[in-house]
Design a protein around this ligand. Structure first.
Ligand code: ADP
Ligand code: MG
Length: 282
């Protein structure tokens, strides 16, 4: 009998990523869900760190005024002098002016601070207000293989900017009944951005997070998700473990903080699965 994976489907053989001989242009990916606390930021950090382990150069973009991504890679918000807010609001500020290294060699970040909350309102009156991030990231494309944008929990103008700048979207979803409700609203937004602003935009996949395989509940939610979305649902799922909060406090990816943990292993597998999907569409 074939072994079923945590999503209830047979686990495919996920190939090892091919090593790169040169870098860029980057694929831009938005981590998106208007619900908070579903694992967007955790996935951005750990998918990024795992992609670096596979030899990819990665740029993280913090587009959440909460700045959790910036803190999660070990930055002190009080020491961030220029941020994505300045890049979006000031036509003279480029990505190069705000980029910072992280503790992971090969992974950089464009950090955010709370000021970014103002950008949502201030951008409304700009001409081409949905395209500002896309324009600013254009010059960074040759320097990286992957740019991951951590979105805030809303479908406002910052998220529309992220979707307009992106080739694809990854949707982390907490494996809970309520999680399924918001997906239609999110995919409507993605569809609208695709029609009006960014025809190439695709959904890479839906990622089940905080999964507890011991509970019927988690398994049922997973089954419902697969029934509705089929192979759009990643075979990789991220299990619930306190190690993620511990890693956040330490300001490190779990792949560094607890390199052999199930969480680290899962994000490495997600990186492989994502790289395989990108090869299909690229
Ligand atoms: P979002 O960015 O969608 O708001 P986060 O990635 O910040 O979500 O996650 C919310 C909280 O849940 C954080 O405290 C994080 O450490 C924790 N967390 C994330 N993924 C998991 C997981 N798989 N298991 C347990 N806790 C998790
Ligand atoms: Mg977040």
């Amino acid at each position: 009998m074939t072994e079923l994976g945590p999503t209830g489907r047979p686990m495919p053989n996920i190939p090892e990523p091919t090593p790169l001989t040169s870098h860029g242009p980057a694929r831009v990916v938005a981590m998106c869900n208007q619900k908070g606390g579903v694992g967007k930021t955790t996935t951005t950090i750990n998918l990024g760190a795992s992609l670096v382990e596979f030899g990819r150069r990665v740029l993280l973009v913090d587009l959440d005024p909460q700045g959790s991504l910036s803190v999660g890679v070990g930055l002190d918000p009080n020491e961030i002098e220029v941020s994505t807010y300045d890049m979006l609001m000031d036509s003279d500020v480029t990505w190069k002016d705000i980029v910072r290294p992280t503790s992971i060699d090969g992974m950089d970040i464009l950090p955010a601070v709370i000021d970014l909350a103002g950008a949502e309102i201030q951008l409304v009156t700009e001409v081409g207000r949905e395209q500002v991030l896309k324009d600013k990231l254009t010059e960074a494309l040759p320097e990286y293989d992957v740019i991951l944008i951590d979105c805030q929990p809303s479908l406002g103008l910052l998220t529309v900017n992220a979707l307009t700048a992106s080739d694809s979207v990854i949707v982390p979803l907490e494996t809970e009944y309520f999680a399924l409700r918001g997906v239609a609203l999110l995919t409507d937004t993605i569809e609208r951005v695709r029609k009006r602003l960014n025809p190439k935009l695709v959904i890479d996949g839906l990622l089940g997070t905080m999964f507890d395989g011991r509970t019927l509940h988690s398994r049922e939610v997973m089954a419902t998700l697969v029934q509705a979305w089929g192979d759009t649902v990643f075979h990789t799922v991220i299990r619930r473990t306190v190690k993620f909060s511990d890693a956040t406090v330490a300001g490190e990816p779990i792949t560094e903080f607890a390199s052999d943990s199930t969480g680290a292993t899962a994000y490495r597998q997600l990186a492989k699965e994502v790289l395989a999907r990108w090869q299909h569409v690229a």
